[in-house]
Design a protein around this ligand. Structure first.
Ligand code: HEM
Length: 417
């Protein structure tokens, strides 16, 4: 291994990482690679190993197991205390306790209740650009839809969404990425500050009202009540969990809509198939998550004992990264893996993770993805990539994969009155 960052971090791989992953997958099931901060980690490249690693309880999500290495990543403050104490940074039993409380507040009924609102927000956003004949789908739809939905679900002011966008992007961007608006730990601090104030306000309002979890108008109030009832989520955990839901609740869904639409716009046959058979939307969204999903690599794990992956011994204390995008193109798992096939109908991808950290927001994101793409194809039937806008730019995030912008053109819709 050289001192140089591995080629999965090269600018060309940001545009198209799949040829690199194909070679790595063919060469070996795991590779010891170095990120641009010099942090060594084992990248898992094949589907079966990736799935097993995500569910392996010897691979911890608690950063304290690799503290020194992680400090160098810049994701945590020098000399500071620990990481955000939320469920995605925890192992059982803390993980189990927090996840149960969130599940209690984030019920299927609460999710299903937002469906009409998701439709309405989508139609309004499309109304705003449909008469113009061209748009950039990222700022016009892919970003505002999920951030508005998660703000409304959580009960945080939508008016603050431009700030959230900055904090949330920064919280997920490693320090080796140039041009980030602020270091990740600073973004996390601002998010924490914001939610500390909001939780205090909401708690005051709750004292005046009822305290039934299910009856709460928003997720944050429901979480506060669930916490008070059971008394098992500390104030820090509550605030950190609210921040996690806000960040995880939109960054990824922006990319589901963006990458999914791009895949369709590049494959006219699949686009026409979906337009003529909208009943394929649920299957198409699963395929978007596999073919070019929002999460390129899962959050890193740390081996708490020696672990064998694909026949290689990974020593205790090593950092392990699951190559989700690589696993999704594994020919041993998917026939013709480099082909977009919206009728594949396979939900066993790892796009929402696997095991105890499986995504809490999967039902909301699936709903948003289906409604956004379905609405675009119905209202703008001849939508096409705007080739005059120059090469596509990909966001320089660490583990996520998404576009800066997605310029499209279409026949203008008459202005609605
Ligand atoms: C297309 C959209 C989304 C994708 C692709 C996605 C993907 C993922 C993945 C891969 C994980 C597991 C990470 C790992 O194990 O390393 C995860 C966990 C999580 N996601 Fe999502 N997510 C999406 C949307 C959402 C939404 C809308 C929310 C909240 C409203 C959300 C909340 C969470 C939370 C709280 C976890 C941590 C669960 C745990 O630790 O038990 N996600 N997500």
């Amino acid at each position: 291994m050289t001192d140089q960052p591995h080629e999965v971090y090269a600018p060309e791989a940001r545009v198209d990482p799949y040829p690199v992953y194909a070679r790595l997958r063919a060469e070996a099931p795991v590779h010891l690679i170095r990120d641009p901060n010099g942090i060594e980690h084992w990248l898992v490249t094949r589907y079966e190993d990736a799935r097993a690693a995500l569910a392996d309880n010897r691979l911890s999500r608690d950063p304290k197991h690799a503290w020194e290495a992680l400090r160098r990543s810049g994701l945590y403050p020098e000399g500071g205390e620990g990481s955000e104490p939320h469920m995605l940074n925890s192992d059982p039993p803390d993980h189990t306790r927090m996840r149960k409380l969130v599940a209690k507040a984030f019920t299927p009924r609460r999710v299903e209740a937002v469906r009409p609102r998701v439709r309405q927000i989508t139609e309004e956003l499309v109304d705003a650009f449909a008469p113009h004949g061209s748009a950039d789908l990222i700022p016009a739809l892919a970003f505002p839809l999920p951030i508005t939905v998660i703000c409304e679900l959580l009960g945080v002011p939508v008016a603050d969404r431009a700030e959230f966008r900055v904090w949330s992007t920064a919280a997920l961007t490693p320090t080796y990425v140039e041009g980030a608006p602020m270091p990740p730990h600073e973004a996390n601090r601002l998010l924490r500050e914001y939610f500390t104030t909001l939780v205090a306000e909401r708690r005051r309002a709750l004292r005046a009202a009822g305290d039934d979890t299910e009856a709460q108008p928003d997720l944050l109030s429901a979480l506060i009540v669930a916490t008070t009832e059971d008394g098992r989520l500390t104030e820090q955990e509550l605030i950190s969990t609210a921040g996690l839901l806000l960040v995880a609740g939109h960054e990824t869904t922006v990319n589901l809509i963006g990458n999914g639409m791009l895949a369709l716009l590049r494959d006219r046959t699949q686009l026409e198939l979906l337009r003529s058979r909208p009943e394929l939307l649920p299957s198409a969204v699963e395929e978007f998550l596999r073919y070019d999903g929002p999460v390129e690599r899962a959050m890193l794990r740390v081996a708490t004992e020696d672990v064998e992956i694909g026949g290689t011994l990974i020593p205790k204390g090593s950092i392990v990264t699951v190559g989700v995008a690589s696993a999704h193109r594994d020919p041993e798992r998917y026939p013709d893996p480099d082909r977009l096939d919206i009728a594949r109908g396979d939900r066993s991808h790892l796009g929402f993770g696997h095991g105890i950290h499986f995504c809490v927001g999967a039902p909301v994101s699936r709903m948003e993805g289906q409604i956004a793409v379905g609405t675009l194809l119905r209202r703008l039937p001849d939508i096409a990539l705007d080739e005059t806008a120059g090469p596509l730019r990909w966001r320089p995030t660490g583990v996520l994969r998404g576009l800066e912008s997605l310029p499209v053109r279409f026949s203008p819709e008459p202005q609605r009155t």
